[in-house]
Ligand binder design. Sequence first.
Ligand code: C2E
Ligand code: MG
Ligand code: MG
Length: 574
Amino acid sequence: MTAMPDPSSQAPGLHDQSEACFRQLFAQSPIASLLVNRDGLVVDFNTSAADLLMIDPAMRSKPDLPGYVTKEQQSDLMDALQVVHQGEPSQTVDLTLNLASGQSLPLRLVIMPVPDDKSLLMVTLFDLQGHARSNKVLSQLAYYDQLTGLPNRLLFNDRLRWAIRDARRRDELMAVMMIDLDHFKNVNDTLGHEAGDELLKIVSGKMLASLRDSDTLSRLSGDEFALLMQHVSDSTAAKTAAERLLETIAESCEIDGRQVRVSGSIGICMYPEDAETADTLLHNADIAMYMAKTAGRNQSAFFNESMREQAARQSEMEDGLRRALEQNNLELFYQPVVDSDRCRIISVEALLRWKPDGGDVVPAGDFFSVAERIGLCSEFSDWALRNACLQMKIWLDQGLLERFEDLTVSVNLSYSQLIDKDLVKSVRRALSLSSLPASYLAVEVTESSLKDENPQIANNLRALRDLGVSLNLDDFSEGFSSLQKISGIPFKILKIDQIMTKVFFNNPSGEALLEALLNLAHILGLEVVAEGIESQETYSWFREHQCDGVQGFYFCRPLPAMEMEMLLELPQLS
Ligand code: C2E
Ligand code: MG
Ligand code: MG
C-alpha cells in the first residue's frame, strides 16, 4: 500500500514548476497540514497530519473535516473556510476534533489559500496539548493487529465508513467479505499456539499479497479476517477475488519443518445491493460466511435475504445442541450391516440422533456439522462411544449376540477425537465402564479425516487395533491413490460411500471402477461393505460382485435400541 497519496492527481491547477516544490514541502513538512476543498473535504494530508489525527496514510478516501467536530463547531469551521475562500489571507479557529479512536484532540487550525489553486485551501494543525509524538505510537497500537500487522477491527470499521461515503458519492460498487479459517482450532490443539500464530502470520501475508493495493484486509479476531474491496465492477469480480483467496489460503505452509494446510470459508456482501451501512455489510457477510461453512467449508457464498432466516434457524439449533447433553436429548439409533450372501447381521452401526424438546428426531447428518462448528463434536462422539458400549454389553448379557458370528457395534469417530492424544484412554474407559470386551467394538474413521496425514491419527488407530478394537474406513470415495496412503493402518473393513454407490451404479465406467475397487480392496486383505443400498437391483449387483457386506434402507433404516433388540432376536434378516 502506498505511504502517501499522489497529490498531483488531487491538486490540479498548480503551476508545473511550483507544483513539485509545493508537493515536496507539503509532504515533508513537520507541521501537520491538510489540503481541503471549500466544504472541508480533505483532498490530501501529509504524514505529520496522519500521525496527529491517527489516520492511516494509505486510506484512499479522505476524511471530511467537519465530520470530526461537533455541530456547533462545524459552523465556525465552515465560516472560516468560506472567508478564506472569498479572499481573506488567513483565518485561525480553535476546535476540538473527535478522533475515531474516541480520543478528543484540541487543535488550532490556520486556514490559508493555496497559491495558484482557487479550489483548494491549506489547513495547518497545531496541537494545543502536545499529543503529536505519542499519537504515532498510539495509532500503531490502536489501529493495527500486533500479530499480523494488518489493520484491526477499529481501523477496518473506520475505513469501511469512509469507503461507503466515497462509493455513494461516486455511485460505485464495493464488496465486503468475512473470511474464516476452517478447523483452525485443530492447528492450535495439535501443533500448539505458537505454530497457530505462525500460520496466521503466513496466511495473512499470502492473502495480502494476492490483493490489490486499494483493498483493505483486516484481522478482526482469532482466525477471522475481513476484506473491503472498493471500486468493484460487479459481483463476478468479487467472486474471482474470493476464489483466489481460497486458493491462497489452501496452499500448504511450512511450520517447524512440517507442512500444514488449512482451508477457508468466505461470505461476500455487496454494497449497495445487499446492505448500505457498515454494520449491516459486515453482519450480512458474516451470515454468508456461516452458510459457506455449513455448506461444507473451503468455499465462498454471496449473501442473500433467505440466508437470514436460515442463519436464525441454525443459531436456534446451536442453542438446542448446547443443551442437548444436560437435557438428555441425545439418543443412539442402530443400523444393521448384513452379509451379502446370507443376509445375516454382521454388525450394527451406532448413529447419533438429536431429539429437540417437542421436535422430531434429527439424524446426525442434519446436525453434526453444526455441532462440529460449535466444538461439541468430541463430547457428542464420546457420549456415543460410551453408550454404544453399554448397549452392546446389555445385548451380550441378554445372550442376543450368541447366534451371530463376531458381531460388532461400530461407532463413528470425529476428526477431533482422532487427533486427540487421549483417544485411546477414552476408548479404554468406555470399554471398562461397560465391561464390554474390545473385540465387540469397531470404530469408523472417514477417509476425509485421514487427509492431512497427522501422525497422531495413525498412532491412535494402531493403538486401538492393539487393544483389540477393529477399524473401519468409512465413506470411501476417493479412489486408489488413497488406498496406498492408508496402507500403514490396519483397517479391517472398507465402507464404500453411499454417494459412490449411487453415482457409479448403472453407469458402465462407474461399475467398472467399483469392480476394480472391490478386487483391489480384497487383494489388500480388506473386507468391503457397500453403504446406501436402497434397492434390490443395487443389492444384487454388489452380491454378484463379491462385496462382503451391505448396509442401507433396503434392508433396514437406523432403529432405536429397543427395535434393534427385537431385530436381533429374529434368527435372520431378509
Ligand atoms: P455414516 O457413518 O456413513 O453413517 C451412515 C449414514 O447414512 C447415516 O446417516 C444413515 O442413516 C445413512 N444411511 C444409511 N443407509 C442409507 C440409505 O440407504 N440411504 C440413505 N440416503 N442414507 C442411508 P446419519 O445417521 O444421518 O449420519 C450421518 C453421518 O454422521 C454418519 O455417516 C457419520 O459420519 C456421522 N455420525 C453419526 N453418528 C455419529 C457419532 O456418534 N459420532 C460421529 N463422530 N459421527 C457420527
Ligand atoms: Mg459410519
Ligand atoms: Mg459412511
